[in-house]
Write a protein that binds this ligand. Structure first.
Ligand code: CO
Length: 468
């Protein structure tokens, strides 16, 4: 078993601790809650989930106030969680695990809201509500202080019948929350929509018809455009309904299709498409406009093998994990070909930026996880701060430590893009424990670490909600 396998072991304890032991000094201004999401239960009864993405969601929070930090963790009480734990078996179909069901049930689960609501990927604010999200369109509301589950967030009746979506929405200062969803049918569609500020209704901005929809985990956004990058990992929608295989296993890698970059005008709904060589990605880092060019920074893999590498049996057996590279794609009007260059030598995943200050081409810093060059194929074991102007990096790493997505929090009244802290939940593999790491975002030096009361399985994403 690899050292990092403790990050894929179920954590059954749900606890609350008022004050964590802190080494170093937390900034006095840091006030608010970091909520993180991720799978933490990998078996139900005698059955095991097959893929990292399938595990049942556990919310974790670190709340900062006056130089101290408290902690709590709680399982999200989704319908899937409740059914599965009460029946003591895996009750609903997810990304790569499917309990034995008839074709008819499967048909219902793919084309109706009967699919899993195990919202284990991310958290966000939608219509002033805190929600946990996954790739089925059923966000689940929770209380960020108690981590109590409040139920499925219902969109107002908007007629948007979609099967899958992204857990990585963007925020557009004029239009509200922007996202997209896929409708599977004989002729499928990607629907780009907005949830206007304070409303619970999705408003379609553009639709793209597609014969074989691609698996896409996130998207890019600039002031004028939404950018959907269609990787050649595609599905025949009919196959999805009748194959009898779990969701993602119906998708096929078709590198000859290449990658398609759809640049969608938010005002007009018009689309221009660029093409590049085949690649795969989960995460867009950022996108911006430079004149009429659109620049897309993305954490790219040569192919979709990363999805296979994240099956739990492979992770636990220590198969080498493919590494993403940070690429910058150039989409120029009148040029169909999308070309790219690689920004840094280090691998790069789980990217975050200082969202609030980014606009136009002004963005300079990205934060992410990476694998040290001395340990190729290992799980993420260093944090990076990337200067995309200078193409330089700063690193944080410690022997035996595996790092989670770094979340940037701006200091109050910050004038520089990197004035603030970076927060990351770290697994200390040798001690079977975890801690919250606080780095100075500018120097990338450690300011403090707060020792968690137990081992915390690896999470995917999270957000910092400042106290108002
Ligand atoms: Co993600």
């Amino acid at each position: 078993m690899p050292r990092y396998s403790a990050g894929f072991v179920t954590q059954s304890d749900e606890i609350e601790v008022d004050r964590l032991p802190v080494r170093g000094e937390l900034p006095a201004w840091l006030s608010g809650t970091l909520v993180r999401n991720g799978p933490a239960k990998f078996e139900v009864g005698a059955q095991s989930y097959r893929h990292w993405f399938d595990g049942l969601s556990m919310l974790r929070r670190f709340t900062f106030s006056a130089g101290a930090v408290s902690y709590a963790n709680k399982y999200l009480q989704s319908r899937d969680y409740e059914r599965s734990t009460s029946q003591n078996r895996i009750a609903m179909a997810s990304f790569a695990t499917d309990p034995c069901r008839s074709i008819f049930q499967r048909f219902l689960s793919v084309f109706s809201p009967n699919a899993t609501d195990n919202a284990n990927v991310n958290v966000a604010v939608l219509a002033d509500r805190y929600v946990a999200m996954t790739e089925t369109p059923m966000p689940i509301e929770f209380d960020p202080h108690t981590l109590e589950t409040l139920g499925v967030f219902d969109y107002e009746r908007d007629g948007l019948k979609v099967a899958t979506t992204t857990a990585h929405p963007h925020f557009d200062p004029w239009r509200g929350v922007l996202s997209y969803a896929t409708r599977f049918s004989r002729t499928s569609e990607y629907v780009v929509y907005a949830v206007p500020r304070g409303q619970r209704r999705r408003e379609s901005l553009a639709t793209l018809r597609v014969r074989k929809p691609a698996y896409m985990h996130s998207f890019g956004m600039t002031e004028r455009y939404v950018i959907l990058v269609e990787f050649p990992l595609t599905v025949d929608p009919l196959r999805l309904a009748v194959s009898g295989r779990p969701f993602i296993e119906n998708f096929a890698w078709e590198p000859e299709r290449g990658a398609r970059f759809h640049v969608i005008d938010k005002d007009r709904g018009s689309v221009r498409t660029h093409r590049g060589e085949a690649f795969f990605a989960f995460h867009h880092v950022n996108a911006f406009e430079r004149g009429d060019d659109v620049i897309v920074d993305i954490a790219a893999y040569p192919d979709s093998g990363i999805i296979d590498a994240l099956y739990l049996d492979r992770l636990r057996a220590g198969y080498p994990i493919p590494e993403a590279e940070l690429r910058r794609y150039y989409l120029r009007p009148g040029e169909e070909a999308a070309d790219y260059d690689r920004l840094i030598e280090d691998s790069f995943e789980l990217p975050r930026i200082h969202d609030e200050q980014v606009g136009g081409g002004s963005y300079r810093y990205a934060y992410g996880v990476s694998t040290r060059r001395e340990t190729p194929g290992d799980f993420a074991n260093q944090l990076l701060k990337v200067d995309v102007h200078e193409r330089g990096v700063r690193r944080w790493a410690e022997e035996g430590c595996y790092v989670g997505e770094p979340v940037f929090v701006a200091a109050p009244g910050a004038s520089a893009e990197d004035e603030g802290v970076v927060l990351s939940v770290v697994l200390d593999a040798d001690n079977d424990s975890a801690f919250l790491l606080v780095l100075d975002a500018s120097s990338f030096a450690e300011l403090a670490r707060a020792e968690a009361p137990h081992r915390i399985p690896f999470g995917f994403h999270g957000a910092f909600f400042a106290d108002d």
